[in-house]
Design a protein around this ligand. Structure first.
Ligand SMILES: [Zn+2]
Length: 80
């Protein structure tokens, strides 16, 4: 019984993935596999404001505090 999967064919000419390092501007280095070799990025999950939350907290800290006071909620829960 012949079973043919397209994935079997694709493995014959798979891309040439090789160990690579991604270097971020913040100094973070990620080890991965890539067809393009080593390369650098300007931002990563280590330094992105979305992940660090620093910029976001600086901007919204006052509003959150006022909101909690207005509605009488404790501020024990950190947004995030
Ligand atoms: Zn980074």
């Amino acid at each position: 019984m012949a079973v043919r999967y397209s994935v079997m064919k694709s493995t014959a000419n798979h891309p040439d993935y090789k160990p690579s390092t991604i270097t971020c501007a913040c100094g973070m280095i990620y080890e991965t596999f890539s067809t393009r070799g080593d390369f650098a990025v300007d931002i990563c999950s280590n330094c992105h404001p979305f992940y660090t939350g620093k910029q976001k907290l600086l901007d919204s800290a006052g509003r959150v505090e006022r909101f909690n006071r207005k509605y009488g909620r404790g501020g024990s829960k950190t947004g995030g």
